[in-house]
Ligand binder design. Sequence first.
Ligand SMILES: Nc1ncnc2c1ncn2[C@@H]1O[C@H](COP(=O)(O)OP(=O)(O)OP(=O)(O)O)[C@@H](O)[C@H]1O
Ligand SMILES: [Mg+2]
Length: 368
Amino acid sequence: MSSKTISTLLIEDNPGDRRLIREMLAEASSMTFDVRYADRLQAAVEYLSQNRVDVILLDLGLPDSQGLETLKKVYAQASELPIVVLTGLNDEMIGVQAVNEGAQDYLIKGQVDTHLLCRAVRYALERKQAEQRERRLQLQLNLSNRLASLGLMVEGIAHEINNPLTSVIGFAQMLAYDDIPESAREDARRISDNAQRVADIMKNLLTFARQQKLQRTYVNANDLVLAALEMRGQPIKDSNISVTTRLDSALPPTMADASLLQQAFLNLIVNAETEMKLAHGKGNLLIMTEQTSDMIQISFTDDGPGIAPANLVHLFDPFFSTRGVGQGAGLGLSVCYGIVTEHNGRIDVKSQLGQGSVFTVELPVVAE
Ligand SMILES: Nc1ncnc2c1ncn2[C@@H]1O[C@H](COP(=O)(O)OP(=O)(O)OP(=O)(O)O)[C@@H](O)[C@H]1O
Ligand SMILES: [Mg+2]
């Protein structure tokens, strides 16, 4: 942390206090600060909406906002940033309340020196990071619990539907071969085709519910990425998508069902391609493979439209789709989730609206 410059927003209207803090930060030998000021809440909120900041030092008494209200408003704009509150000698209690409301720490003006200030900033940064890690883990746990119970329900429904469905398809096909009028034969074919579409949906649902039988062999994820890309070669070209691959040539193997894993990669490629094309009529897709500790990581980064926070939580749910009717069943990512989880792996997404998306698949290394 010491080598990195820490972008600091000092929200303070008193010029004397501002100078003092600035001098202390400049004196720090273990950390380097790039300090910007805002003397009003409004100016601070604007600055935060447009600039990258690592830490906020906040005086609660500003010309346009007072007390905890100031903290609440700054926090609403920058809940992911660590905030250290600066309070007066007589209002230490408000510092304690500020910590309960989301600030990482408080310092009492007049009792601060360089050492204390640096320590508070360092701890604030570390605590915030730990908090975010914890939150992320909790979200992942909630998601996998929810998808596991959805999987159980889906499995039950799919098994109940599959038997009668097999009969419908079988009898409709037999009927089409009987000595019946041509118009009735056409109807029988329609019944059979549509029932087959339902069967395909059921197959995807069973993959999501991890009811696929795996045929595992040693596979190299690079080969599967390349095979999936080859399958999509023409549509990718037609969509003006430029693909870059950075595949680790020393990637260790994993044990997997090659065709299922390839299907998972294909679904991710198709999604990126479709979304980039819909949003911009073109795009860039970067596919990378690398080894991280005992896992193989395969990431798909696109510069498409990104995903709204409200949609992120439902992305892997069966039938969640933002596409129009007939454009997407909402099963591609559910299938990916089922396949990756069944391989003892993880699938994750990071995305911001307007900033593209990154889908990451992690699979365990399995030594030959
Ligand atoms: N790379 C991406 N960028 C932006 N949004 C995405 C991306 N990948 C998936 N999504 C969003 O997630 C939704 C669900 O994706 P999923 O693959 O499960 O279903 P679908 O693509 O809509 O339909 P299907 O895959 O069944 O044809 C999509 O409708 C889209 O809103
Ligand atoms: Mg899809």
